[in-house]
Design a protein around this ligand. Structure first.
Ligand code: B12
Length: 249
């Protein structure tokens, strides 16, 4: 603590020493010169007391480095604001909530869309066996969960959701190279709007680089990032359904 506000800086060996470990790859062969280039580059980034603690050739033209350095930058923690969905019910509470408030099974259709082949994220949310001891949506007695897998086109996902009269669509986007996720996520919403189905179901996105803020900006109802558990998204969906019903009735 400094003054009134809580100023923070990374912690390494001693409080507020600003010690950071970073890693990067340079497009040069592994050599003493490459190590020195990595050290100088980290200094250019503003780090002090820079040490190259590990370097390894990735190929004959690329080298990977692990660097230790110290920063003097600090942040006022009290001024940090976040748009994340933190409140959540557990597995049992979600099922009870659906029974009491929706009084029927809800239908959720999920997929990892576009050319993205990463199934593990959407499986963690939907698979019966779950993830990290948290049951996936397929396990919930009050949820009919359909996991379409990966490399599903937006058209296929919408078609399936409409066919099943889904309450919510879950979209996973893991690859973000060249902002491909933004394009793909935007296309989904535009297609749904063009087909007149956007207002009929909730649309939720997730992935390691998806934030709630980004998802809202792109026209989604919510976005979930790294470390999400199935009950986080289940809680959001069922509460939002009830909230929307209350507004429309
Ligand atoms: C396993 C893996 C693969 C496997 C995937 C196997 C499979 N069946 O899924 C294979 C080998 C096929 C693969 C391929 C590729 N991969 Co890959 N892969 C990974 C790796 C190592 C782990 C991903 C993973 O499974 N994480 C575990 C899950 C549980 O975490 P998660 O996806 O974040 O999901 C959680 C949350 O994000 C969230 N979530 C995710 N989706 C959703 C959806 C909803 C609705 C909600 C609510 C929440 C949610 O909840 C989940 C649980 O908490 C990562 C690196 C890493 N360590 O993350 C790279 C990584 C994702 N891959 C990467 C790349 C580049 C590729 C390739 C393009 C490589 C290539 N040049 O061929 C190809 C992609 C091909 C393609 N067409 O998509 C990059 C992506 C970079 C980027 N930002 O775009 C990463 C980050 C590696 C890297 N550092 O470069 N990959």
């Amino acid at each position: 603590m400094e003054g009134q506000n809580m100023m923070i800086r990374p912690y390494g060996d001693t409080m507020n020493d600003g010690a950071i470990q970073l890693s990067f790859t340079l497009p040069v062969p592994h050599s003493a010169k490459a190590d020195e280039a990595a050290r100088q580059y980290a200094k250019k980034l503003g780090f002090n007391e820079v040490e190259v603690v590990h370097s390894n050739p990735l190929s004959d033209k690329f080298t990977f480095f692990v660097i230790y350095g110290k920063t003097t930058q600090q942040l006022d923690y009290d001024k940090v604001e976040v748009e994340a969905i933190e409140k959540t019910m557990d597995y049992y509470e979600v099922n009870n909530y659906i029974e009491e408030n929706i009084k029927r099974k809800i239908v959720v259709v999920g997929a990892c869309t576009g050319t993205d082949a990463h199934t593990v994220g959407i499986d963690a949310i939907m698979n019966m066996k779950g993830f990290d001891q948290h049951y996936g949506l397929e396990r919930y007695p009050m949820i009919e969960a359909i996991n379409m897998g990966a490399q599903i086109t937006n058209e296929e996902l919408i078609e399936r959701a409409v066919e099943l009269n889904a309450d919510a669509i879950l979209v996973s986007q893991v690859v973000t190279q060249k902002e491909v996720h933004i394009q793909n996520m935007t296309d989904l919403i535009e297609l749904m709007e063009a087909e007149g189905v956007r207002s009929k179901m909730l649309v939720v996105a997730g992935g390691p680089r998806i934030s709630n803020k980004l998802a809202l900006e792109l026209g989604y109802d919510a976005g979930f990032g790294r470390g999400t558990f199935p009950e986080n998204v289940a809680s959001f969906v069922v509460e939002k359904m009830v909230e929307k019903k209350a507004v429309s009735s």
